[in-house]
Write a protein that binds this ligand. Structure first.
Ligand code: HT7
Ligand code: ZN
Length: 862
């Protein structure tokens, strides 16, 4: 496989102005006829080289004349011509039904749909499949009237008609220039939900949501979310929708969450379908966020797109930042921020510590699909957030306005974006740009001194980024640090908190001084997780308690609670089998005030009372015995649950929720109730079983049903299996709901887990061809079943490797995402490292190994 380098970027040799593409839809033999107007770009005599994969070429015509002077290989078609302008017509045949990669044109439960990002259009026809070739598209779709009553593509429907043999056709025209990765086609029979949105300038936009037959009533939340997104982008960024119609289609077979094709989004049905019976509060939240994300791409991604795929974070980092801000405005900001930070700490920091470490703008790529990563997306969003912090809300908006003014309709780079921010604010961002080129998680180390006599308080900040697998040399970054001081003497009063400071850390070491301090203040650092860094500061237990109770920043309050838990768990893990009862007691005691604080926001309280996940603890240590860490976490959890048993019980009983509604208040209430239910189960409270059963049987919503199951699972309660059976019975015809059940099965800690997984793979609703099923069962096991996956006999690793070898042939993209836990062997103990590497080698030896897995395996083997 060929390594592509960012530094090698060259403009395309040819440009395409217009595309007139015609589809004759048949499951196994779809005929594609694509006419393009092509112009030579610059003065040269090179031939036209088009990308194409898995295509059966039928004919090539140049200005209407059949050609034979072309060269074809596995991935390209080279056409020799010296013309500077010409019309090229290519006809080819494809096999959508046989396409299990879910890239290009494929079938999902009988309906045709496409996925072209990043390089899927080349599986539809020969083309210049790169994002800097922008063209206007006309699309004609011909298909069976009964099987495919809806024939959809980008833009506006301009014509339609009937044909012989029960066929019909529809013609679409998209007035906006676009790269081919934003092309979409959908054909099928659906239920349709319709609505309208009137824009700020009073244009009426038709909204159409297509879902599987019989599922219409599960589409309303998505439609409402779309209208909220459209209104939000107008008020926050002054951005209006630009076509007369916005369509969303939900499909069951989909590699990722959703796709922002111009005017015709295609969504994984998981991020569309919801009612209170079938979806949890978290599902409702995610649907709103993903609908927002894809909608916001219309400006950040579609109107202004990427020059090349190395610039992916230009659209993804920025759009994730925008969807995070949207979610903040729609729901609880602190819960939302904690969610973002968990992704960074549990997944992005892990990626940076692994052989897949890369900057948010990667330098080298073999398979582009491997770079739709938490680094490009979520760290990318954190980099945008730092710009927002450094420039302020108004300055950031001015930068965005200039960006749209300068680059609308173009394919640009991350540098172009930063330049717009720099010019609009007159601020030199030269050093800041290093965030785009440097990988790794910076560590910010803070130390402080206080002189009683003079009242002088000094803080020293230093930064260091350790070498990563991809990069040895690291430079100093610009790190905005938001913090304040809490006066220990008067910490009951508000005015004892020194107003939040923002310092820009740019040097290796920087010192800041505060005079007239009557005592050593408590440092409240990294407010709102203002930079994607690891913070080292020797917090004492009393500092952490002060922060939990008094920090002016909610994120820092939560972070302090997590540090208290983590310190204890990591200490327990470090000391092997020795039970440190006193340390556990002291840790647990700290939370008394949090539990009893009646004024504390319920959402923040829930988050502060949540024990850190295994994954976040795992990121804080090197070469750890995972089993020991898992047990230590459980030990603390059980002690915490036991100690406050009465309080959990009272808390549970005190919260009565009326009929289900997805409101911020009710979500908070359900969340804390389900958390304390887990603690009741973990502490084997005498009423735990009956409460869980009662909740499961009477729940009017999925959040509480799953809450009951999760509690029974954690407490290893006898009725877990029977409740799971009831759940399966009830939802056996609904695979999307059953995914929750598959996931719970897969992450249950049990000795016979592998036999159980084998059994589940034979379940009537399970199929290796559906990524949602695979992620629910195999993904949950590999990512979250610590005892099963990391079993010291190596059986968990072998199980996953065997599965990936099978999946390699069916869906390389999904296989490649699922290999993540195996390639992150650097953190585990040496014995497990060897076992994991052995399995990676086995996968590496697979005949016909995809580029996707090849890239990750070659990088990660020592
Ligand atoms: N821009 C999209 C990224 C994407 C994708 C989506 C679905 C299937 C395969 C895909 N490959 C890349 C999704 C987004 O970030 O909005
Ligand atoms: Zn996106």
């Amino acid at each position: 496989p060929i390594v592509k380098r960012r530094a090698d970027y060259q403009q395309p040799d040819f440009l395409i102005q217009t595309v007139d593409i015609h589809f004759e839809l048949e499951s196994h033999e779809t005929i594609v006829t694509c006419s393009t107007t092509v112009t030579r770009n610059g003065k040269h005599d090179k031939p036209l080289v088009l990308d194409g994969e898995q295509l059966k070429l039928l004919s090539v015509k140049l200005d209407g004349k059949e050609q034979s002077d072309y060269l074809q290989d596995e991935t390209s078609l080279t056409i020799h011509t010296l013309k500077n302008e010409f019309e090229l017509t290519i006809q080819n045949q494809i096999d959508p039904k046989g396409n299990s990669s879910l890239e290009g044109l494929y079938q999902s439960s009988g309906a045709f749909c496409t996925q072209c990002e990043a390089e899927g259009f080349r599986k539809i026809t020969y083309f210049l499949d790169r994002p800097d070739v922008l063209a206007k598209y006309q699309v004609t779709i011909v298909g069976d009237k009964t099987l495919y009553p809806y024939l959809l593509s980008n833009g506006n429907k301009v014509d339609s008609g009937e044909l012989a043999d029960n066929k019909h056709w529809v013609k679409w025209s998209d007035p906006f220039n676009k790269p081919c990765y934003l092309f979409a086609l959908v054909a099928g029979d659906f239920d349709l939900l319709e609505d309208t949105f009137v824009t700020a300038s009073n244009r009426s936009v038709k909204l159409e949501l297509f879902v599987d037959k019989g599922k219409a009533e599960r589409g309303y939340h998505a439609l409402e979310s779309l209208k909220k997104s459209m209104a939000w982008d107008e008020t926050e960024f002054g951005l209006e929708y630009d076509l007369d119609i916005y369509m969303i289609v939900a499909v069951d077979f989909f590699n990722m969450g959703a796709m922002e094709n111009k005017g015709l989004n295609v969504f994984n049905s998981k991020f569309v379908l919801a009612n209170e019976q079938t979806a949890t509060d978290e599902d409702f939240f995610n649907i709103e966020a993903v609908i927002g994300h894809e909608y916001f791409h219309n400006w950040t991604g579609n109107r202004i797109t990427c020059r090349d795929w190395f610039q992916l974070s230009l659209k993804e980092g920025l759009t994730v930042f925008r969807d995070q801000q949207f979610s903040n405005d729609m729901s609880s900001p602190i819960v939302n921020r904690i969610k973002n930070v968990r992704i960074m700490r549990e997944h992005q920091f892990a990626e940076d510590a692994s052989a897949m470490s890369h900057p948010i703008r990667p330098d080298e790529v073999i398979e582009m699909n491997n770079f739709y990563t938490v680094t490009v997306y979520d760290k990318g969003a954190e980099v945008i957030r730092m710009l927002h912090t450094l420039l302020g809300k108004q300055g950031f908006r001015a930068g965005m306005d200039l960006y749209f003014q300068r680059f609308d309709g173009q394919a640009v780079t991350c540098d172009d974006f930063v330049q717009a921010m720099q010019d609009a604010n007159n601020k030199d961002l030269t050093q800041f740009r290093r965030w785009y080129s440097q990988s790794g998680t910076p560590q910010v180390t803070v130390s402080d001194t206080y002189e009683q006599e003079t009242g002088l308080y000094k803080i020293e900040f230093s930064q260091q980024t350790k070498p990563t697998f991809d990069q040895a040399e690291k430079l100093n970054l610009v790190i905005p640090m938001r913090f304040s001081l809490i006066d220990q003497n008067h910490n009951q009063q508000l005015n004892s908190v020194i107003e939040e400071q923002i310092v820009e850390l740019t040097e290796q070491t920087q010192v800041i001084e505060f005079s007239n301090q009557s005592s050593k203040p408590v440092l409240s650092l990294l407010h709102d997780f203002c930079a994607p860094v690891k913070l080292n500061y020797a917090y004492s237990r009393s500092d952490l308690v002060a922060l939990m109770l008094k920090s002016p920043d909610d994120f820092t309050r939560w972070d302090a609670s997590q540090r208290v838990f983590s310190q204890c768990i990591l200490q327990l893990a470090d000391q092997g089998e020795i039970t440190k009862t006193q340390s556990i007691k002291d840790t647990v005691a700290v939370f008394d005030q949090v539990i009893n604080d009646a004024n504390l926001d319920l959402a923040l309280k829930t988050e502060m009372l949540t024990i850190p996940s295994f994954e976040s603890l795992f990121q804080q240590v090197e070469s750890v015995d995972v089993e020991q860490l898992r047990k230590s976490r459980l030990q603390l959890l059980e002690a915490f649950a036991d100690t406050y048993q009465t309080q959990w019980f009272d808390l549970y009983k005190s919260i009565q929720i009326p009929k289900y509604e997805y409101t911020v208040e009710q979500v908070k209430q359900r969340k804390i109730r389900n958390l304390v239910l887990k603690y009741l189960a973990a502490s084997q409270h005498q009423h735990a079983q009956s409460i869980i059963e009662q909740q499961f049987l009477t729940a009017d919503n999925m959040t509480d049903s799953i809450g009951a199951l999760a509690a029974a699972q954690l407490g290893d309660l006898a009725e877990f299996d029977s409740l799971m059976q009831q759940f399966e019975q009830k939802w056996q015809a609904d695979p999307l709901v059953l995914d929750k059940w598959f996931a719970l099965q897969a992450n249950t800690d049990r000795a016979d887990i592998l036999a159980r997984l084998e059994l589940l793979m034979g379940h009537a609703q399970y199929t290796i061809n559906n990524p949602n099923r695979v992620r629910a069962l195999i993904g949950s096991f590999a990512f979250y079943n610590v005892s099963g996956f990391h079993n010291i006999d190596g059986s968990g690793y072998k199980f996953v490797a065997d599965y990936l070898i099978k999946l390699n042939d069916i869906n390389p993209q999904v296989a490649s995402r699922m290999i993540t836990p195996l390639i992150q062997w650097q953190k585990v103990d040496v014995k497990r490292q060897a076992l994991m590497q052995h399995q990676l080698m086995r996968i590496g030896d697979t005949p016909g190994l995809s580029k996707d897995l090849y890239e990750k395996i070659t990088k990660s083997l020592p």
